[in-house]
Write a new protein. Structure first.
Length: 284
């Protein structure tokens, strides 16, 4: 079910640990730091060559230094985790696998950090398992609109169009130019990380993902929420920021000018410090 990473991949995306999370599914994850101030689980977005490490390598060490244990998994279908060869999977499935990982690690309550698809999973987890959630940090989460709205976004259209092209670094670079306003941040290292993971990714995995519109249920979430959104986002419409602000009972939303879909990459200092303060309870 899973292609094993080769030495080329391991040279740029390190291997962590593995856990069976139910249903015969094995999830790969990194587990760092001590939970002096609590535990934080990162949930990455979808897309070609996505993995937890590549998404959040510039963020989780900062939280480790602030006294948090960080869990950074590769979601089902991505990175070094198991990958479906057929069938569909939805937010409920991925939230349940997240619960299985927490149970495997013996973590009762956790704060969740999710961007894009990972943000949609974090929302679903908070809806399905509210007793396990401390706080939510969302970065341009998906699952706040109907599918046809997302299909009109330039980044989504480009990503889907490139799925039919040969797997190469140039097509990845074309897609990632739409992720960030600052093009200098699309480094050769990021492209290589994504390329090596993309070689392990089965064709059609993106098409098997079902992301429900969860906007109508946001009012059920009682956990405190911190939301980031780049106003130049080409993947998730920025109107979602107002949806979070209006419908969530306890939320703070930060909108960033000259910033795209990857807030944690484009504004790492602001994201890291603000997130740490929110988790510590010192953000006003």
């Amino acid at each position: 079910m899973t292609k094993k990473p080769d030495q080329e991949a391991l040279a740029v995306v390190p291997e962590g640990k593995y856990a069976e999370v139910g249903g015969g599914i094995t999830i790969h994850f990194h587990d760092d730091g001590e939970a002096k101030n609590g535990s934080v689980l990162f949930l990455h977005g979808s897309g070609p060559g996505a993995s937890g490490y590549s998404n959040f390598k510039g963020n989780y060490p900062f939280l480790n230094a602030r006294g948090f244990r960080t869990i950074v998994p590769d979601l089902f279908g991505y990175g070094y985790s198991d990958k479906p060869e057929d069938g569909a999977y939805d937010m409920g499935d991925l939230a349940k696998q997240t619960l299985g990982l927490l149970d495997h690690l013996g973590i009762e309550k956790v704060s969740l950090i999710g961007n894009s698809m990972g943000g949609a999973i974090a929302i679903r987890f908070a809806l399905d398992y509210p007793e396990r959630v401390e706080k939510l940090i969302l970065m341009a989460p998906g699952g706040l609109e109907e599918r046809d709205v997302y299909m009109q976004m330039k980044g989504i259209r480009t990503m889907i169009a490139n799925l039919g092209k040969p797997v190469d670094r140039d097509s990845l670079r074309e897609t990632f130019k739409l992720q960030l306003v600052d093009q200098s941040l699309i480094t050769d290292q990021i492209i290589e990380e994504r390329y090596q993971i993309l070689k392990l990714q089965p064709k059609g995995v993106l098409g098997r993902l079902r992301v429900d519109n969860q906007a109508e249920r946001l009012g059920e979430i009682k956990a405190p929420i911190l939301c980031f959104w780049g106003v130049n986002d080409n993947f998730c419409p920025v109107s979602g920021a107002m949806t979070i602000a209006e419908r969530c009972a306890d939320s703070r939303t930060i909108m960033l000018s000259q910033c795209g879909h990857w807030v944690m990459v484009e504004r790492p200092e602001l994201f890291n410090e603000t997130t740490a303060r929110f988790l510590e309870g010192s953000l006003g």
